[in-house]
Design a protein around this ligand. Structure first.
Ligand code: GLV
Length: 330
């Protein structure tokens, strides 16, 4: 029997390609070219499954062009790059890679918070530029992290892992989420207190965004929300571009309406707004919150597990659209 055919749309760990090769006939992209939507549709034609990444949009058109497609397995916890509704209509399974990245992503959220509040990259750039001629009592004064109030918007598994880490810093945690956590989860997350979004923005010394992107979450942090924040506050986004209105944030940072921002994700990344580069009160990283070697490997293995299950008639462990399983019945 011939093996199912898959397309791996970007480069991935060679050991994962080897593993996929035991199950599938693979067209891979280890040269890591960025395909246009048309090229992607063309390459996906005749494939049973796609191994995808957050960097490409898997649209209804790509699915429509490929009637054989059975599964799209994304190597990310976020899946806003995939039109899941169209996939469900077309009977295509969609999966993501939850949980394996929670702790690594929470570590990075803290790295960004510390770097932003304590001006680590800004002062390093200044030092590297040869400007350090004397110590000053007021050199690079920042905000304290310990003892402060951390406001977390999006208290899922990653948000809770971030909150948990704040115990060691003696912080108070407030959070805003679609629904309130149960008491045990709140206790786990450093006794986090559920508040409204505006209250969180007014009270928090550091605002952390850890929610998934959805049309409802588009620009939930814009000019009005930034205006509610303390002038001494920092904003950290490790979630997704589009949750923050980047143009409004640039205006707020330039006017020092808030103290600083730490951003791992951007609107239209990697072609983010170059105005960020002219600001010293922002820490910029290239979407690397989950980028430890063990975690990225675990994410790739998880996506591979999902694809192998999906194309061998099993329910993949991280199926996002279980509605596809009932199609054709009744
Ligand atoms: C990365 O951004 C992910 O969603 O896993």
């Amino acid at each position: 029997m011939s093996k199912p055919k898959i397309l791996v749309t970007r480069a991935v760990f060679p050991e994962i390609i080897d593993r996929l090769g035991e199950h599938f006939e693979i067209e891979s992209n280890q040269e890591d070219r960025i395909f246009s939507a048309e090229q992607l549709a063309e390459k996906a034609r005749g494939k049973d499954g796609l191994f995808t990444f957050p960097s490409e949009r898997i649209s209804a058109e790509i699915m429509a062009a490929n009637p054989a497609l059975k599964a799209i397995c994304n190597m990310a916890v976020g899946y806003n790059n995939i039109d899941v509704e169209a996939a469900t209509r077309a009977g295509i399974m969609v999966t993501n890679t939850p949980d394996v990245l929670n702790e690594t992503t929470a570590d990075f959220a803290w790295a960004l918070l510390m770097a932003t509040a304590r001006r680590v990259t800004e002062s390093e750039h200044w030092l590297r530029a040869g400007k350090w001629d004397k110590w000053r009592y007021d050199g690079f004064l920042g905000a304290d992290v310990h003892g402060s109030t951390l406001g977390i918007i999006g208290m899922g598994r990653i948000g809770q892992a971030i909150a948990r880490r704040s115990i060691g810093f003696g912080m108070q945690v407030i959070y805003y989420n679609r629904s309130r956590l149960d008491k045990d989860r709140e206790a786990y997350a450093n006794n986090a207190r559920y508040v409204g979004k505006d209250e969180l923005l007014r009270e928090a010394d550091h605002v952390m965004l850890a929610l998934p992107y959805s049309p409802q979450a588009h620009h939930i942090i814009g000019a009005a929300e930034l205006a509610l924040m303390k002038p001494s506050a920092t904003l950290i986004n490790i979630a997704r571009g589009g949750i923050v209105d980047d143009a409004a944030l640039i205006v707020a940072l330039r006017a020092h309406r808030i103290a600083a921002a730490g951003l791992d994700v951007f609107e239209n990344e990697p072609a983010f707004d170059p105005a960020f580069l002219s600001l010293s009160n922002v820490v910029l990283t290239p979407h690397i919150a989950s980028a430890s070697r063990p975690t990225r490997l675990a994410m790739a293995a998880c996506a591979a597990d999902n694809l192998i299950a999906a194309l061998s008639g099993k329910t993949p462990p991280n199926l996002l659209n279980p509605g596809v399983l009932n199609r054709g019945e009744g």
